[in-house]
Design a protein. Structure first.
Length: 113
């Protein structure tokens, strides 16, 4: 029997907030090994090459915490256990093709040219 992946939004009464539970995200890549290191978001990389030159880029998230067609919650919502579908849309926003420095300094360098 395949492992059931939990993907839902749950109410946390201790912090008085809704939280996203997305077990499938633990399978997303974190960092490549030193030998194969290449940023997936550098201009010209497999993730970005189809866009040509860019300043800001929004890509579909391959491991989204929210989905347009999410599964039903694993348990019925009642009493303390409240759950909802993880309905939504997730994108990866790449603010600049530059990697070095903080965003303020990068923006200053880009807009001062």
């Amino acid at each position: 029997m395949p492992e059931k992946i939990i993907h839902e939004i749950r109410w946390n009464p201790l912090i008085n907030q809704w939280i996203i539970v997305a077990g499938h995200r633990c399978k997303r890549p974190w960092r490549p090994s030193e030998e194969e290191f290449r940023c997936p978001f550098c201009p010209g990389s497999p993730e970005t090459k189809e866009f040509g030159p860019w300043d800001v880029l929004a890509l579909p998230n391959r491991f989204p915490a929210l989905k347009p067609n999410p599964p039903e919650p694993t348990h019925p919502s009642k009493d303390l256990f409240k759950a909802r579908k993880a309905l939504g849309l997730c994108k990866v926003l790449i603010e600049t093709p530059e990697h070095e420095g903080d965003l303020t300094n990068i923006c200053l360098a880009v807009y001062s040219t």
